[in-house]
Design a protein around this ligand. Sequence first.
Ligand SMILES: [Fe+2]
Length: 281
Amino acid sequence: MSPSDTEFLSLRMPRVSPSGQDVLALLESERPDIRSVTEAIHHDPVLSSAVLKYANAPMYRRLVEVTNVRQAVSILGLANVRLAVMVASMRDFADDYRDHPLANAIWSHSFTMAALMRAIADMAVPRRAEDIELTGLLHEMGALILLTNFPEEYTGLAEEALAEDAFLEDREKAFFGITHNELVARVIDEIRLPDASRGAITDFPYMEQVPLAGREVDDHLAVLALAHHLHEEAGRQPHHPRERIPDQRDRLLEALSLDEADLAALQQQHKALRDSYGVGG
Ligand SMILES: [Fe+2]
């Protein structure tokens, strides 16, 4: 039996810590002050370690390990500090599922997509690259929310979708009446998700074609869709069910003004990312 509306209203949702909220508020100001941001991060050990981990992630990897918050903030840049706050909140939220194969698959997929989408956006829409990276990082956050609230049901549903090569979103809709994408809209206020990220994540699976008008949300959608095409072409990721992906790859390439040489470079980057996050396939 699927959960009732009342159950959805009382779902356990990710929370941003008070220091995390301070950091997000500082980042929203017109000219964020790096020193105040660094201080706010210092007040929260979980946040400090998330920022350090993020600065040492494969996509930013330096020759020498980054060991202090001030240095991490300057390497990441303020926009990526926002990403680290989100990661810390989600990690904290899903902490009991650290060793769960589906949760791990969702994290690997989210990090790989975030970095790949950043690479695509750097080529196609550089002014939106940081926000688009955030969309990639959070696009499956709803799956973690479903997993932590309905562990048995959601694990079973995902395993069934995997075994039958069915779309995960279709199974979610049939069982919960909502997809993990739509669920993201319910946490919008808490995590201060920008409108373009929210719109792209919510609309993504059941859109046949991405509108290519160049609105901000359409750029997010086109990059999200192209990244998923590249990911699918490289082979299925273990434990990660199939997703609905709108559009044809060729149409998306054209919309983003990318050519075959760009595509080959992106495929290379994608391969390196999959290897570094242990995604396999
Ligand atoms: Fe995805």
